[in-house]
Design a binder for this molecule. Structure first.
Ligand code: DOR
Ligand code: ZN
Length: 367
């Protein structure tokens, strides 16, 4: 970041974990995401879920149809069920638009009812994924009712995830929305075959922000935000590891489903996610005595280079010159909207009506 201008310039970022939903809200979610990213891994937890390449192709067309931005590339995923076959994996590998398979333990989170009831049921499918070098994305939370909600990541690591990692030593895995120090330690123990996404909300919030002074439904997501020690472990992991990258898990729900006695899990950040990561890391750099001159280089790496390296996709160049599109983040307080129209309802973003520390602007070269 240049001290004179207070401007961070990076290629248009990518988002390696995004929920867009479907139907009448799709134009809203797609165009919000595309206003801040060039590529996004699109989650398959629709109702019914995206289980086959054909379903992914049709969902991708619906996304592209409503998108007003030429640069945006939705990267599709399949939802792993007890019935996903090795042939489904082969078809995904043979397509040029499905990039991974998502494992939801059945009942772990929003629209996970069709998820895996036991990892052993997916043994032959996981074997084919390993053979074809096709990445597995994991929602790493145990669903055992007797496990404390704050310990569910650790319980899943100790059980199913360790089983998968030991049985399939070469399978490439992304530990999605890692939320705890235990999660970070496990990712570190797996070397380069394991990547991890980190959300802006897990970097900015702790459980105090969820629970103190009254329940805050718009701070509720799964995995649930945890302690200050966990948050600091996540920030440090982002700085230390090349295989830890940005994935927002931006997850839209109508206001009526959030502000309800059965509050839906999910935090909406897609329209301003680079600003959030910049805020989180600028504060962390300052508080930990790091040089702010290194912030721009770090953000470029974290938001624009590491995920594509993990997925083996074309790299964003350093300045966004090859792609002709980049993002400028200015250190200027900007008021976040209170809400967005969302079908017949409203969509309340994280930090609604509050000031963000940064203002972002897309820049395009005349090419
Ligand atoms: O908070 C979450 N919301 N966590 C998830 O894993 C799913 C997501 C959603 O789809 O709403
Ligand atoms: Zn998600």
């Amino acid at each position: 970041m240049s001290n004179e201008t207070n401007t961070i310039r990076i290629p248009m970022p990518d988002d390696w974990h995004l929920h867009l939903r479907d139907g009448d809200v799709l134009p809203v979610t797609v165009n919000h995401a595309a206003s801040r990213c060039r590529r996004a891994i699109v989650m398959p937890n629709l109702k019914p879920p995206i289980r086959t390449v054909e379903e992914a192709a049709s969902y991708r067309s619906r996304i592209r149809e409503v998108c007003k931005f030429e640069h945006f590339q939705p990267l599709m995923t399949l939802y792993l069920t007890d019935n996903t076959s090795p042939a489904d994996i082969q078809a995904a590998k043979d397509s040029d638009f499905v990039f991974a398979v998502k494992l939801y333990p059945a009942g772990a989170t929003t629209n996970s009812e069709d998820g895996l009831t036991s990892v052993k049921k997916a043994e032959s499918t996981l074997a084919r994924m390993e053979e074809l070098d096709f990445p597995l994305l994991v929602h790493a939370e145990s669903t055992s009712p007797d496990i404390d909600v704050f310990d569910r990541e650790k319980a899943f690591i100790d059980g199913d995830l360790s089983w998968i990692c030991n049985r399939f030593k070469k399978l490439r895995i992304v530990f999605e929305h890692v939320s705890s120090k235990d999660g970070v330690d496990f990712v570190e123990s797996q070397g380069k075959r394991m990547g991890a996404t980190v959300t802006p909300h897990h970097l900015l919030l702790t459980r105090n922000d969820l629970l103190v002074g009254g329940l805050k439904p718009h701070h509720y997501c799964l995995p649930v935000v945890k302690t200050e020690e966990d948050r600091t472990a996540l920030l440090n992991a982002c700085l230390k590891h090349d295989n830890v990258f940005a994935g927002t898990d931006s997850a839209p729900h109508p206001r009526s489903r959030k502000e309800s006695h059965s509050c839906a899990a999910g935090i909406y950040t897609a329209p301003f996610f680079p600003e959030l990561y910049a805020m989180a890391f600028e504060r962390f750099f300052s508080n930990s005595g790091r040089d702010l001159k290194d912030l721009e280089t770090f953000l470029r790496d974290f938001l624009c280079l590491r995920g594509e390296r993990f997925y083996g996709l074309p790299l964003n160049d350093k300045q966004g010159i090859d792609t002709g599109i980049w993002l400028e983040l200015q250190k200027v307080k900007t008021k976040n909207p209170e809400s967005y129209p969302f079908g017949a309802d409203e969509l309340v973003p994280l930090f609604a009506g509050k000031d963000l520390d940064y203002k972002a602007e897309i820049k395009m070269a005349d090419i």
